[in-house]
Write a protein that binds this ligand. Structure first.
Ligand code: ADE
Ligand code: ZN
Length: 324
């Protein structure tokens, strides 16, 4: 089964580029940029990755991103992830980036997007991997900051397919960003949003109603509302589920208790994704293997995750046909 999973063509739809920063690269960039990090070795960094909820992860994750300074740093980060995509037979990837994590530290928007897109273009020509870029607003920051970030993105509209919403879900409900999402849609961006990861099913419902999203990122707490599950199945609203992330952040205690297979069997458009693989112990193949080890799945069911991801993706129609 592991060999089948390894070779299975994959499409990733939920991946934070800052979450692909492996401890070895963190050390290399810290040295290159003369930044002191509070760890003695890459292994010490890995040992510190013990999380008890989303916030305990985010605190360490934003600290890690401090080593990213130059355009070359963002290129190196993105290129390393794309090489992992090649290894895992990921043919297409839709990547989140969090500009506010960087602009808050005085790094120019252009530096961030320049390095990321240079790597994406190189992956297209050298590795045959296609991609899209999704700009996320940090939901713990205020609406005004999100509007300023949207303004910064306007000159790069040709490089960004959608806006998204991530960071602390509890205490920052979707309605806080309804106006900025409306403005983003009017400017031509598609929209997606994290919801129902730690927050209640109501957040998923409100995210669909108020933010006009094409996909829900995570969404696993939908099972708390049977009518919502039925609506998600009927509308084929995609859920970009991240199994290893959910275990690491204690959304579920064990992979056997994870509801992804229940959702697949209920007819939802669920997909498998890696979220922040450098922090959660696995890239795409690892996530598929972890699910398959905990749940009896047929090859057809495993392939259905990829078919769902193609259906849910923002791939242009010619490439979509080629992949299906
Ligand atoms: N940012 C990076 N990973 C995240 C996650 N799993 N949930 C919310 N925000 C995030
Ligand atoms: Zn995420």
């Amino acid at each position: 089964m592991n060999e089948f999973i390894q070779g299975l063509p994959k499409v990733e739809l939920h991946l934070h580029i800052e979450g692909t920063l492996e401890p070895e690269l963190m050390f290399e960039l810290a040295e290159r940029n003369n930044i002191v990090i509070p760890f003695a070795s890459p292994q010490a960094v890995r040992d510190a990755y013990q999380f008890h909820n989303l916030q305990s992860f985010l605190d360490i994750y934003y600290q890690g991103a401090n080593v990213l300074i130059t355009e070359q740093d963002f290129f190196d980060l993105t290129w390393a992830y794309l090489l992992r995509c090649k290894q895992d037979n990921v043919l297409h990837t839709e990547i989140f980036f969090d500009p506010q994590t960087h602009t808050e530290r005085g790094i120019a928007f252009d530096t961030v997007i320049g390095g990321i897109t240079r790597a994406l273009e190189q992956a297209n020509t050298q590795l045959g991997i296609t991609s899209q870029l999704i700009m996320c607003f940090l939901r713990h920051l205020d609406e005004d900051d999100a509007f300023k970030t949207l303004a910064l993105a306007m000159p790069y509209k040709d490089k960004i397919i959608a806006v998204g919403l991530d960071s602390s879900e509890l205490g920052h409900p979707p309605e806080k960003f309804a106006r900025v999402f409306r403005a983003a849609k009017e400017a031509g961006f598609l929209t997606v949003s994290h919801a129902g990861e730690e927050g209640p099913a109501q957040n998923i419902h409100d995210t669909i109603e108020l933010l006009g999203v094409s996909r829900i990122d995570h969404g696993v707490r939908c099972v708390e509302d049977k009518a919502l599950v039925q609506q998600l199945a009927e509308s084929r609203m995609p859920l970009t589920v991240c199994p290893l992330s959910n275990i690491k952040l204690k959304v579920f205690d064990t992979m056997r208790q994870h509801n992804i297979v229940e959702l697949l069997e209920a007819g939802l458009c669920v997909t498998i994704n890696s979220d922040d693989p450098a922090y959660f112990g696995g890239y795409m193949t690892d996530n598929f293997v972890a699910v398959a080890n905990a749940h009896p799945l047929t090859p057809a069911q495993l392939a259905q995750f990829t078919l769902n991801a193609i259906e849910a993706s923002f791939i242009d129609s010619a490439r979509k046909e080629a992949l299906t």
